[in-house]
Design a protein around this ligand. Structure first.
Ligand code: ADP
Ligand code: MG
Length: 209
């Protein structure tokens, strides 16, 4: 995947976040303040615009402008974490004009480590880590981008679904205690939306050839 491919990927993620906005706000309303979907849609709209304006986009510069939009426009606990994910991915592929599957694995691993270093959440704490960590592990189960992203999307959604059984240890949801059970975490679900968009993007690319 080269720079222009990454510009199209960010646009695809923006479209997916717009479509999921109402659902994500509703999930965040159950356990938090109801802003998660709107914040993501706004930040990815800004990212898509900034990425499209780059003169010679590389994977790393597209990921970096996306990180800036997430850090500057998203706000909240998850803005810093989403921003960290993209910033670490950008740093990991700084010298690449094109990302291979191995580059993707390294970038996502670096991103996950950054998110966990910053947010301190581990799997089981009912956060976006519950979708991100299994998705990152799943990209190593295939030797094609299409297979890897399909596995990652499925793993992220399964991880998000499992958050319904958990009690939150971080974020606003921590304050609702046991009442959190039965509700899917908004950030875990938005990570699943992100990986679903990545999977769909790659399916479309593979369909073109
Ligand atoms: P805020 O709670 O500030 O309004 P958002 O609504 O955008 O932020 O995001 C809430 C989501 O952020 C939660 O659903 C959870 O997945 C994620 N989150 C919050 N704190 C952490 C943390 N320390 N580590 C990982 N994810 C977190
Ligand atoms: Mg919120």
């Amino acid at each position: 995947m080269n720079g222009p491919d990454f510009v199209r990927l960010i646009q695809a993620i923006h479209t997916a976040m717009e479509a999921a906005q109402t659902e994500l706000n509703a999930l965040d309303s159950e356990l938090g303040d109801g802003d998660h979907g709107g914040a993501l849609a706004t930040a990815f709209a800004d990212a898509a615009e900034k990425a499209a304006a780059l003169t010679n986009p590389t994977p790393s510069t597209v990921l970096a402008v996306t990180a800036q939009s997430l850090l500057n426009r998203m706000g909240g606990a998850s803005g810093a974490l989403y921003g960290t994910l993209f910033l670490r991915m950008s740093a990991s592929c700084k010298d690449r004009t094109e990302l291979t599957l191995a580059d993707w694995q390294a970038a996502l691993q670096a991103g996950l480590e950054g998110v966990q270093a910053r947010g301190k959440a581990a799997p089981g704490d009912k956060t976006l880590v519950d979708a991100l960590a299994p998705a990152v592990a799943a990209v190593s189960t295939s030797d094609t981008l299409g297979g890897a992203f399909a596995a990652a999307a499925a793993a992220a959604q399964a991880g998000a679904d499992q958050t319904a059984e958990m009690v939150a240890k971080f974020g606003r949801a921590k304050f609702v205690g046991e009442r959190a059970r039965g509700h899917v975490d908004a950030g875990a679900r938005s990570m699943a939306v992100l990986f679903a968009a990545l999977h769909r993007y790659q399916e479309d690319e593979d369909g073109k050839t």
